[in-house]
Design a protein around this ligand. Structure first.
Ligand code: ADP
Length: 623
């Protein structure tokens, strides 16, 4: 007999990070709950749904809504959790009713399981549970878990300690998930969907709230949920009471491209983003200068926020987060957040960088030329670190004066050096105290992937070609999970080791190129590897890297040929706009070509993530 279907519908899920390389991303899935299991599948147009996961109900230990004020970067903003075995699956519903429907049904079906006593009401993030600050992912929960969601039978949590002291939290707004009838004199009623201000949340189970008429009392916190708000207070970039002139002074003092802050505008209820730039304006504006952008709201029932048209976000923190990664209409990406309290801290960063990442140039001995790069000559060398006395073969990129925005690079180098993965070319350090500046990289004996492919034409097996794509997708899945965008992924920016492992190089480096021909979408800009949204709006993302990865796979299977060999950049853009794509290379199996085409979907959200690509490629390789 088939199990009976209880509920089905489209929800989002957050990947579970079972593996180190799996990214933290959100995927639309079709969920089906039946009397035996909860399954989720991916629906692809014109194809059979592909089942992506199945959890037997007997393995589930807790199902509960998630109460959190973190901005949720997917369309569905109402999270709930399913804890099974030792994994947390986070699922996002489009509205609260839908969420409650799923939670209730799942609780009902699992109420006879051996359930946990306590659960975590908030997410795990930045290495700890946001609710109780425990750092272990499997730390026991901090809130009592109620297996039944049925309101009438639901046991209310123990009453609050009358001796408790009120804390002094910033104003938080919550929404009632359902009606609540007071049980004690100190309680106040809750009316479903109404908003309440949290006065005290120091008790785990009962919070003190104020309703819209000013009545204050306690309510069970399982009946309320945080409202996604523009609570900006906790963000470092928010300087509430700072004037335009003060903001300009502070940002100019910091003197870094993309230094920014958000402040209250003179107009009540309006916020302004102030950004510092050294770029000359097209209308002859003086520079360096500070530009001020008002955060605008859309009209209509559901308010959304934007700085430049087309990039709408549902909260201000989400909007800022987006522009921290994409200039998208602004004079520059928002790079360094500046607040009244942290400006000296930013200035202190540089000595820290030089202590940690500055290599002693005397420990380097330079040899022959390996090639010539964007910033200058690349030399072979050895580096003998005086501490461990181990000699390493290195590639040293020399940076020609005026070729790189070195101030910016020095700041970012710290981040880049922290990225560490066996399929990424390691940046060991920098020598910035001299001219030309040196960037010291791990040495890879077989040089750049394009040259390698060309030199071995007709002699690389199918297995090896697929292996190259897998190597690159591993590195990229790692970058994706680190929220790091490569921006110039191509075979020429991958290197081959002596064991024929392909590693990704030059990640993020294009941001520091000062060559106009490169940055202004003319001759040197890698149009043939760029997605439509990068060509049109400079909108870089991991999904624009995915597009480039599709082209890189094409290069691999074409044995190092130049994509769109006989066409100019302009012609390529035209044919992309007409929906045309690169043709299937002779050596490329149909299954791999389908993956390439998936990478070249017009809309970034229709493209797969690197985690999924890695999964699919590994499947093809039968790994
Ligand atoms: P850029 O990216 O700055 O334009 P490249 O990375 O293309 O410069 O370097 C130019 C050439 O130097 C490459 O084609 C490659 O042959 C060689 N090269 C660069 N980095 C390394 C490395 N880490 N190991 C070995 N050879 C390298």
């Amino acid at each position: 007999m088939y199990p009976r279907v209880i509920l089905k519908g489209t929800l989002y899920k957050k990947s579970q990070q079972k593996r180190r390389t799996s990214p933290c991303n959100y995927k639309e899935r079709y969920f089906v709950l039946n009397t035996q299991s909860l399954t989720y599948s991916e629906r692809r147009p014109g194809k059979k749904p592909a089942e992506k996961g199945c959890i037997e109900l007997s393995r589930i230990k807790c199902v509960e809504i998630v109460r959190s004020d973190v901005p949720i970067p997917c369309e569905y903003k109402y999270p709930f959790q399913v804890f099974y075995d030792n994994y947390y699956l986070y699922i996002f519903a489009p509205d609260n009713d839908c969420r409650l429907k799923w939670v209730r049904a799942l609780k009902e079906e699992t109420k006879n399981n051996s359930l946990i006593l306590n659960y975590h009401p908030d997410f795990f993030g930045e290495g700890r549970w946001r609710c109780c600050h425990m750092t272990e992912k499997l730390a026991p929960g901090c809130s009592e878990y109620y297996p039944s969601e049925c309101a009438s039978k639901k046991p209310l949590p123990p009453t609050p300690d009358p001796q408790r002291r009120f804390s002094d939290p910033p104003e938080r707004i919550v929404v009632a998930l359902k009606n609540f009838t007071p049980q004690e004199d100190t309680d106040i009623p809750l009316h479903k969907d109404e908003e309440y201000i949290v006065i005290d949340c120091s008790e785990t189970n009962w919070w003190t709230v104020r309703d819209k008429d000013g009545n204050v009392g306690t309510v069970p916190c399982i009946y309320i949920a945080e409202k996604p708000t523009n609570n900006l207070e906790k963000f470092e970039w928010y300087n509430k009471d700072i004037t335009r002139t003060q903001a300009e002074e502070l940002l100019k003092k910091v003197d870094k491209e993309g230094a920014f802050m958000v402040r209250n505008s003179r107009e009540a209820g309006v916020y302004t983003v102030s950004v510092f730039t050294k770029a000359p304006g097209s209308n002859g504006e003086k520079y360096p200068r500070v530009k001020h952008y008002k955060i605008r709201e859309t009209e209509g029932e559901v308010v959304q926020y934007y700085l430049a048209e087309n990039y709408l976000k549902s909260t201000i923190p989400e909007l800022i987060h987006y522009h921290q990664h994409n200039a998208a209409g602004l004079i520059t990406r928002l790079r360094y957040c500046v607040s009244k309290g942290n400006s000296p801290k930013i200035e202190e960063l540089e000595p820290e960088l030089s202590e940690q990442w500055e290599l002693n140039a005397e420990e380097l001995s330079l040899g022959g030329e390996l090639g010539s790069g964007q910033f200058g000559l690349v030399l072979e060398g050895t580096w003998c670190n005086s501490e461990d006395k181990v000699e390493k073969k290195v590639a040293v990129k020399t940076v020609r004066e005026g070729a790189m925005s070195d101030e910016e690079f020095k700041d970012e180098a710290k981040v880049m050096m922290k990225l560490s993965h066996p399929k990424l070319v390691r940046l060991y350090g920098v020598c910035t105290q001299q001219s030309p500046m040196y960037l010291v990289f791990e040495f890879l004996e077989n040089g750049c992937l394009t040259d390698y492919l060309r030199s071995k034409r007709g002699r690389v097996s199918q297995e090896a070609l697929l292996g190259m794509c897998i190597d690159v997708s591993e590195a990229m899945a790692y970058l994706e999970s680190s929220n790091f965008i490569h921006r110039d992924l191509a075979a020429r920016n991958c290197l081959v080791s002596k064991d024929l492992v392909v590693k990704v190089s030059d990640f993020g480096m294009t941001r520091f190129v000062l060559d106009d021909q490169y940055t202004s979408y003319t001759t040197k800009f890698p149009v043939k590897w760029s997605s439509p949204e990068v060509i049109r709006y400079s909108r870089f993302s991991s999904k624009s890297d995915v597009w480039s990865f599709g082209v890189l796979m094409w290069e691999v299977y074409s044995e190092g040929r130049l994509p769109y060999e006989c066409r100019t950049n302009g012609e390529v853009v035209e044919s992309l706009n007409a929906g045309l794509r690169l043709l299937q290379p002779r050596l490329c199996p149909e299954t791999v070509y389908q993956l390439m085409q998936w990478c070249w979907k017009e809309k970034p959200e229709d493209r797969p993530s690197f985690a999924l690509l890695l999964h699919e490629l590994a499947f093809l390789a039968d790994l």
